[in-house]
Design a protein around this ligand. Structure first.
Ligand code: ADP
Length: 283
């Protein structure tokens, strides 16, 4: 069966330096930010792209929605060639199929919670009753079902983040691209948001491509994780794959830092039974 997202031999070479003059010339033939990367994402999965800063993660997801032009390779979504879309088709693709979720879940201060969440649907011309029902559902899932008519200023910072996440997940787009959405949050709110993301994703049946440099976050959220290093894909697999069979010392180093207890709370490990027994390497 055809995977929902199929990426093959994706490559990005930046030819223009951000600098000018000698800096620009010094960069020479171009800088390969993404080097021959292939992966597949099933419908309804959370696919995590994990790696240090500068490893090419953002460039990959920006190519998925064609914010960055691809140097070579192919991208297919639902069997359609994304790179070949004409301008009108590209607009439809960005509106209905794929949404970029930005880091700051800023709310409209003069709109109630329900209007804030419904706004993401309004711009796409969804019927008012349907919008409000969906917004109410999303707010209930993040624990704010009894406050749908509250104004943002009445909420704590953590609650406002929840509303922003509800808005991001209650859109029509089937695929959400999330670039380090939680990295600016304090640890407790961050954990809360991770749980809510899983809950909302299951409820609204979204396919998510999630970028993070935090392996704990990657393992907690990801159905599958692709580890990037300097533009190259080093390993792709489940959290268990990475824990039990790290492909090389670079991944072993990351894995040593992982809080296994938290990885083991996720559903995909149910039934493996022995997963905890594979650890104990000490460190
Ligand atoms: P990450 O998201 O993993 O931090 P990026 O995809 O943002 O990595 O960047 C990968 C590499 O590509 C970095 O070295 C970055 O400096 C470079 N890069 C990103 N965008 C541009 C650009 N527009 N022009 C030149 N180089 C870029």
């Amino acid at each position: 069966e055809e995977p929902f997202i199929r990426v093959e031999h994706l490559t990005k070479v930046f030819h223009k330096s951000r600098g000018t003059g000698w800096l620009r010339r010094k960069r020479g033939p171009g800088f390969t930010a993404v080097d021959d990367v292939s992966f597949q994402v099933g419908r309804g999965q959370i696919f995590v792209v994990m790696g240090l800063s500068g490893s090419g993660k953002s460039t990959i997801i920006r190519m998925l929605n064609r914010l960055v032009e691809t140097s070579s390779g192919s991208i297919a979504v639902g069997g359609r060639d994304v790179l070949g879309l004409a301008p009108a088709e590209l607009r439809a693709y960005r509106n209905r199929t794929i949404n970029m979720v930005f880091q700051h879940f800023g709310l409209f201060p003069h709109k109630s919670l329900i209007d804030n969440v419904a706004f993401g649907l309004k711009v796409r011309g969804v019927d008012r009753a349907v919008r409000e029902a969906k917004a109410t559902e999303a707010l209930a899932l993040v624990g704010l079902g009894d406050r749908v008519h509250a104004m943002p200023e009445e909420l704590s910072g953590g609650m406002r983040q929840r509303v922003g996440l509800a808005r991001a997940l209650a859109t029509d787009a089937e695929i959400l691209l999330m670039d380090e959405p939680f990295s600016a949050l304090d640890p407790l709110i961050r954990k809360d948001m991770q749980e809510l993301l899983i809950k909302l994703q299951r409820n609204f049946k979204k396919t998510i491509v999630f970028v993070t440099h935090d392996l704990n976050e990657a393992m907690h959220l990801g159905d599958r994780i692709m580890v990037m290093k300097q533009g190259r894909m080093i390993q792709t697999g489940t959290a268990v794959d990475l824990l039990d069979a790290p492909a090389d010392p670079y991944i072993e180093e990351f894995v040593a830092e992982v809080d296994r207890s938290r990885v083991l709370t996720i559903g995909m490990l149910t039934g493996t039974g022995t997963a905890t027994g594979t650890g104990g390497t000490g460190g």
